[in-house]
Design a protein around this ligand. Structure first.
Ligand SMILES: Cc1cc2nc3c(=O)[nH]c(=O)nc-3n(C[C@H](O)[C@H](O)[C@H](O)COP(=O)(O)OP(=O)(O)OC[C@H]3O[C@@H](n4cnc5c(N)ncnc54)[C@H](O)[C@@H]3O)c2cc1C
Ligand code: SF4
Length: 495
């Protein structure tokens, strides 16, 4: 803490976003390039270095937040990068994509805006790459043990990097043609440019991790073969089984799942397609689902040139301030948040049918009707009360040429045959069952990330990857010095 009064003299300032008109004309990150570093030292100085840092507990990775805030405020970037990488393999991912539960738990947030912890994290990560402080760290010697990691999302990548660095020979199997999981084809580039992913993959390759893309375990490679070829197998296949909307008219064309739509737009950015076959260009778009996936569809549809975009959220609009009874500090509160995509829709007035920022709150879909050729034309909705009962007299129709369903995910996709081939036990809710040591019911097979935890966040996925790596290392060598930031049953801090 270079300035003990920093929190009293310096107001919070976030990484500025580019002007809306400029950023919706491309797919680059929404932030002003180079604008974070000049302001971050003073922002880190706002950290009070309080005796009990709740932020540290609120971060599933256990990031050493007051420590790195202090180092950034003193501009000791080398030490800050070391401290951050000691707990987080991929801070440039979380520095851009994490909803920052740490900031909700910041002691300063009791009566003032929290320290911009997530921005500090991104700044350290970016500076570390710029200054060459993130070289590959191959192991000094090999253990002679082999591990197959199935799935290359943040869980699989974190597990693979930890195990490779511990000396094991690791191969990552990925059914998509590129590595990255949902960070590759789910999350749009305007939230995180793919170059961050490429750089880490290059680092991992240089450390010795092997990647086998376009290989579906269960189809191209039998799961049982992997079990016999490798000393341990980590299943990190995610939870991509999407939830359906069972209402009349669902069979009409033009109604798609978010994860059918977003990958195509991402493939346009990758240069694989000239134009998305589901492009929102010129269409009236309605997104069903008020979460982050819905917001990603919103930002994508705006960039594709939709005629209008409306997002339906079944929950009532939350307040601007934390409800101290429902969500007391330091839990992550339900408050009104304006994502970059919502800001764009608001400023461009993209949603004439909705509230200012494109969202219609407390709105439930009743049915779809078509245009006479089998294509969707209208979405019929009603306002609902807190118990999701329709409010009489509020039914109305919205013009909808393209409907995107963003209703969340129920668990792992079972169609590949992986679960069946291995005889893996499932939890009642459909996720892969595991014990306190991340081990499944099949000896030598471990499960981690969304596949076992259920739909979650990147910060949890990285924490799961690190923790399962420690469990596998212990199994292979009898003990482990790898850190395990979480247990399989740990849950986010809540009331
Ligand atoms: C649209 C969208 C936006 C999101 N935005 C955010 C965000 O901004 N911030 C945030 O924190 N979280 C976000 N999330 C959640 C986050 O992306 C996930 O929690 C996280 O990616 C889970 O990581 P994972 O490694 O467990 O699984 P995944 O990222 O799903 O990766 C699993 C990988 O396994 C592969 N695979 C599956 N089966 C097989 C098989 N049989 N053989 C070989 N490979 C296989 C898949 O192709 C995939 O690449 C978002 C999710 C979605 C859908
Ligand atoms: S990973 Fe997320 S919770 Fe942890 S310090 Fe970074 S922004 Fe905060």
């Amino acid at each position: 803490m270079a300035d003990p009064k920093g929190f009293m003299t310096t107001p919070r300032r976030d990484w500025p976003r580019r002007p809306v008109e400029e950023r919706v004309a491309d797919w680059d990150e929404v932030y002003v390039p180079g604008a974070l570093l000049p302001l971050i030292t003073k922002q880190a100085d706002r950290c009070m270095d309080c005796g009990v840092p709740f932020c540290h507990d609120a971060c599933p990775l256990g990031n050493l937040i007051p420590d790195f805030n202090d180092l950034v405020s003193r501009e000791d970037w080398r030490a800050a990068a070391e401290r951050l990488h000691a707990t987080n393999n991929f801070p440039e991912f979380t520095g851009r994509l994490c909803p920052a539960p740490c900031e909700a738990g910041c002691v300063l947030a009791i009566n003032q805006p929290a320290v911009t912890i997530k921005n500090v994290e991104a700044a350290i990560a970016d500076r570390a790459w710029a200054d060459g402080l993130t070289p590959p760290r191959p192991p000094d010697r090999l253990s002679g043990k082999t591990v197959a990691v199935i799935g290359s999302g943040p869980t699989g990548l974190a597990a693979a990097q930890q195990l490779t660095r511990a000396g094991h020979t690791v191969a990552v199997y990925e059914k998509d043609d590129r590595v990255g999981g949902l960070m590759r084809y789910g999350i749009p580039a305007f939230k995180m440019e793919k170059r961050h992913l490429e750089r880490r993959i290059e680092q991992m390759r240089a450390e010795g991790t092997k990647f086998r893309t376009s290989t579906t375990v269960g189809r191209d490679v039998m799961a049982a073969d992997l079990r016999t070829r490798y000393d341990a197998v980590v299943i990190a296949t995610g939870a991509t089984e999407w939830r359906e909307l069972h209402v009349p008219g669902r069979e009409l064309t033009g109604i798609h799942q978010a994860m059918e739509y977003l990958p195509l737009a991402n493939r346009v950015c990758e240069g694989d397609l000239e134009r998305s076959p589901m492009s929102a260009s010129g269409k009236h778009v309605v997104i069903v689902g008020g979460g982050d996936t819905g917001a990603d569809c919103l930002g994508t549809a705006v960039r594709e040139g939709a005629a209008s975009v409306t997002q339906l959220d079944i929950y009532a609009q939350p307040g601007a301030e934390r409800d101290e009874d429902a969500d007391p500090w330091p839990t992550y509160p339900k408050i009104y948040r304006l994502s970059a995509a919502h800001e764009e829709a608001r400023d461009l007035e993209s949603a004439p049918a909705a509230d200012a920022d494109a969202r219609l709150f407390a709105a439930s879909t009743l049915r779809f009707t078509g245009d006479g050729t089998g294509h969707v034309r209208s979405l019929h909705l009603t306002e609902v009360d807190a118990r999701r009962r329709p409010v009489a007299g509020t039914a109305r129709a919205l013009r909808a040429d393209l409907v995107l369903l963003a209703l969340g995910f129920s668990g792992p996709d079972l169609e590949d045959g992986l679960v069946e081939q291995l005889g893996l036990a499932l939890e009642p809710r459909g996720t892969i069952a595991r014990d306190a040591g991340f081990a499944t019911n099949v000896p030598g097979v471990f499960a981690a990330g969304d596949a076992a935890r259920g739909q979650s966040l990147i910060v949890w996925a990285i924490a799961e990857g690190r923790a399962v790596a420690a469990a596998v290392d212990r199994r292979l060598t009898g003990s482990s010095r790898l850190p395990a930031p979480i247990g399989p049953y740990d849950r986010p801090m809540s009331v």
